[in-house]
Write a protein that binds this ligand. Structure first.
Ligand code: BTN
Length: 317
């Protein structure tokens, strides 16, 4: 671990608390000069480190820069690959490639503050500007068949709801299959991608990608997005994105251990009881959504008044 990374870890674990230069140096086992250099480099990266005569240095409590050091502090399973970037093309794309090439373990993750080529479902792009969101991919090695992929998507939706509720104090609804809503606005999208062994059909790995709109982007959402997308927090509300990232990962690994679709996926769903448009394959139809079945599929009443079960689809409210 570099001096900078060790210093950040120490400051993070004492956020808002002053530690003298001497104490930092002796705890880390480096010279005062080496600590000072590392401090300068953290400041250049945007960390606000307070310095007060006779008291020492403290990381400001409302520091909101994502880092491996800070996420790791709150994680339950730390024996995994972790990476945090300011900007990346797509966390899903990156982790999928690295996961296959380096045989990364279950629970490994990549998080970024911005994506230049964020991927959405059905070949769409996912708007991922800097300064307003959280873009995270987690690699899972489920002992499941492709058939059960839906269970993992449901686990991810519930995990994000639990973490957002705990860290942001905001309760989200799930729009079948895997969008999260605050009121009538989409605030989170989930893209689950599986890599299967083409001989056996078994899942080798799954990458669960989560894109959260925490705040409104500067200048708002572009084009058609402005009609559907929203943000979880007001502009002046502070949340620790590191804590939120760790919370999502912790809950995701916990939910994924459970058998079947989590009860909370069904109870939090905002689709049942509404007339909705569903794009499934090449067709778009208007249906009456009745209920989410225990296996996660959606029971609807079609245009002819007949009941039908949809395994997946893209619902517009
Ligand atoms: C959707 O709503 O269509 C799904 C969006 C999923 C976006 C996330 S952001 C992190 C991860 N990396 C990607 O490129 N996409 C997912």
């Amino acid at each position: 671990m570099s001096t900078k990374s060790e210093l950040l870890k120490l400051l993070e674990s004492h956020r808002g608390e002053y530690l003298s230069g001497e104490e930092l140096a002796s705890r880390l086992g480096y010279s005062r000069t080496a600590v000072w250099k590392a401090m300068k480099s953290l400041r250049q990266e945007g960390y606000r480190i307070l310095a007060v005569n006779n008291r020492g240095y403290a990381l400001e409590t409302d520091n909101d820069i994502l880092s491996v050091e800070a996420v790791k502090m709150h994680l339950e399973h730390r024996n995994v690959f972790m990476q945090v970037e300011k900007e990346i093309s797509s966390t899903n794309q990156y982790l999928k490639k690295k996961g296959i090439e380096e045989n990364l373990p279950h629970g490994s993750f990549v998080a970024a503050e911005a994506q230049t080529e964020g991927k959405g479902r059905r070949g769409r792009t996912f708007y991922s500007p800097a300064g307003s969101g959280l873009y995270l991919s987690v690699l899972m090695r489920p002992k499941r068949t492709a058939q059960e992929g839906l269970t993992l998507t449901a686990a991810a939706a519930v995990a994000v709801c639990r973490a957002v509720e705990e860290v942001c104090g905001v309760s989200l609804g799930i729009k079948w299959v895997n969008d999260l809503y605050l009121g009538e606005r989409k605030v989170c999208g989930i893209l689950t991608e599986a890599v299967t062994d083409f001989e056996t059909g078994d899942i080798e790995l799954v990458v669960v990608g989560i894109g959260l709109n925490l705040r409104m982007p500067a200048g708002g959402f572009p084009g058609e997005l402005s009609e559907v997308a929203g943000a979880i927090l007001g502009d002046d509300v502070y949340v620790d994105r590191n804590l939120l990232t760790a919370g999502i990962i912790n809950y995701l690994l916990e939910e994924a251990e459970k058998e079947g679709i989590p009860e909370a996926y069904i109870s939090r769903n905002i689709v049942p009881g509404r007339r909705v448009r569903v794009a499934y394959g090449t067709r778009v139809r208007s249906v009456e959504a009745e209920k989410i079945l225990p296996d996660g599929r959606l029971l609807v009443k079609n245009e002819q008044g007949e009941e039908e079960i949809l395994p997946c689809g893209d619902v517009s409210l």
